[in-house]
Design a protein around this ligand. Sequence first.
Ligand code: HEC
Ligand code: HEC
Length: 302
Amino acid sequence: MGLLLRWSGSAVAGLALAAAALAPPAEGQTPDADAIKRGEYIFNAAGCLGCHTDEKNKGPRLAGGRALRTPFGTFHGPNITPDPTHGIGAWTEAQFLRALREGRGADGSHLFPAFPYTSFTGMTDADAKDLWAYLRAQPAVAQPNKPHDLGFPYNIRALMMAWNWLFFSPGEFRPDASPTPELKRGAYLVNALGHCGECHTPRNFFGATRGDMKMAGAVLGDGAVPNLTPDPDTGIGKWSPDDLVELLKSGMTPEGDFVGSEMGEVVANTTGKLTDADRRAIVAYLRSLPPIRHHVRKPAAK
Ligand code: HEC
Ligand code: HEC
């Protein structure tokens, strides 16, 4: 009986395969609508829009060209629309998952960590696949990529191999020993999707985030990125959870000001688009971090 079932099972699978091969290719192989919808939420939670859209120059959505200034030079976010020549239309899902997980381009070359794969490596396979379905469903734009403008030796892709060996631990996110489901969710949203530490954690000489100063605040360009650990004097220790949730939702501080600069963009594209439950999970997680006393000073004006 068991044997028979298995036989008929594989026969059915074989038939389905044959049918799939015969069927005319569906419109761009339309992935299912639920996956696209879930993928849109991941896309927002992971903040993919900003770096891949040149909003300042009214560039087409996800078609690249946004200039990202770093101490190592200026990167330009590439085109990630489904255009087969200039975007990622010729990529397979497996190549996309490898880009997020290992920081590799379609041809296997090393991507620069200006693309925060160092955070996205923690994304679950299910979320990464939904994100892929969403990206495939966006309009293709035939806009060529702008080259990065990097100084020597940072322009050498192969150097990323050494950098990864020193600083990168790939793999799906595994939260610390048995926190509550809310803390687990918050940790995932902050570390793997929201990549908050890419701005809020200071970096070492090589541009890698410092493990001993997680979320303790940093200098970014000519601005200060605040300390998000629960230290009462230099961090968020005196904020109420509700005030923090409100800031993530609308960008408004308890004084009635609105966060600007990079964080304004994060609120508009990312935290403002999450569910309230997810915003609360982020806040619960931040408040559970070890407090680090670290006052971030703005660099002196040049
Ligand atoms: C902080 C800016 C930033 C964010 C956020 C970001 N990217 Fe990128 N991304 C880049 C840069 C810069 C590169 C180019 C890296 C390189 O050339 O080595 C890149 C490269 C890529 C590539 C490889 C493209 C190619 O042609 O090789 C893919 C795919 C990609 N990003 C997808 C995403 C997705 C999906 C998200 C959201 C989960 C995302 N990116 C979020 C900056 C960003
Ligand atoms: C691209 C850089 C960047 C990213 C990514 C980023 N932030 Fe921020 N964040 C900033 C900057 C810059 C400020 C200061 C804004 C201001 O004062 O106008 C800030 C301010 C804040 C504040 C206000 C703290 C205070 O003391 O005023 C909170 C809370 C915050 N960020 C949370 C987050 C969370 C949670 C994430 C991840 C979902 C995140 N940020 C991702 C750059 C960033």
